[in-house]
Design a protein around this ligand. Structure first.
Ligand code: SF4
Length: 285
């Protein structure tokens, strides 16, 4: 039985970088606190906790002598200043793609222009971006919410990095119709999610069974499962190798594997190893 990995899977660039920055701080002997969970993966969170990493909810919880970590979603400048005032060191693991959105918003606000961000207003990434243009930014989930905005002045339109392209383009068009000048439309959607889906789709037609490794409640993992099921009925979402049922692989010559953007490499390797072991046992029987 062959085990085939999708071309793109697992940690995105920003999450991988954030985890590496935490590892580096730990290696230097720091007591590490992350503002909000660094990653939405139970197994990886437990591993980091075992290394002494704790999550805090607000900068007020920062104790003296700790290294505070800003996760990939980023924070508002105010929160960053709070952390810097309290922690002995701040590690800024904001994903560079998110930093780009923050800087665009900041510059537009300095020029006195309005900023429209398309995305979920409750998402930490959006809260951080709005913090860079607090007086004149608006978050809309989609085009339908643009009509409720005031008349806009030479607006900048940017997107949450995980947004669907159509949602962004429709909202940008709606903004154009509500502006006093041509808006500056910058597509700031990150390709990580789409790349993983495209790679899973490309492999799904060539395997008999597909395993998607990721959180059962993770929206990007659930979407990966749906993409795989379109072509491979025997697709399963699992969090750990123990969840593989050998009967599900029975008779398969090729098994595909992919993983959500928060799934660490070590967990993916464990799943691949268990699949190979089950395959070898079935072939020997
Ligand atoms: S999904 Fe994209 S923008 Fe978000 S952390 Fe990952 S690489 Fe950065």
């Amino acid at each position: 039985m062959q085990v085939l990995l999708a071309e793109e899977y697992g940690f995105c660039f920003g999450v991988e970088r954030a985890v590496e920055m935490v590892e580096e701080a730990l290696a230097g002997g720091a007591t590490v606190r992350t503002l909000g969970p660094l990653i939405h993966n139970t197994q990886e969170t437990e591993r980091l906790e075992a290394e002494g990493v704790r999550t805090i909810a607000t900068p007020g919880e920062v104790e003296r002598d700790v290294t505070a970590v800003i996760r990939a979603h980023g924070v508002t400048p105010q929160v960053q200043r709070d952390l810097e005032a309290r922690a002995s060191k701040v590690v800024d693991a904001t994903c560079p793609f998110v930093t780009k959105v923050q800087k665009l918003a900041e510059r537009a606000a300095e020029q006195g222009r309005d900023v429209v961000v398309v995305g979920n207003p409750d998402h930490p990434e959006m809260i951080g971006v709005v913090g860079y243009a607090p007086a004149n930014s608006y978050v809309v989930r989609d085009a339908s919410e643009v009509a409720a905005l005031p008349w806009l002045h030479a607006p900048l339109v940017v997107s949450q990095t995980t947004l669907k392209l159509n949602t962004f383009l429709e909202a940008a068009e709606a903004v154009r119709a509500r502006s006093d000048a041509e808006p500056q439309i910058v597509n700031t959607i990150c390709s990580a999610t789409r790349d993983r889906q495209d790679a899973a789709r490309a492999l799904a037609g060539h395997v008999e069974v597909f395993y998607i490794i990721g959180g059962k409640h993770s929206s990007n993992s659930i979407k990966l499962l749906a993409v795989c099921r379109e072509q491979c009925e025997r697709s399963y979402l699992i969090e750990t190798p123990e969840e593989i049922n050998p009967e599900d692989i029975g008779g398969a010559a090729r098994v595909g594997v992919t993983a959500g953007a928060s799934t660490p490499d070590w967990l993916i390797k464990q799943v691949v190893a268990r699949l190979r072991e089950i395959g070898a046992r079935q072939e020997a029987a």
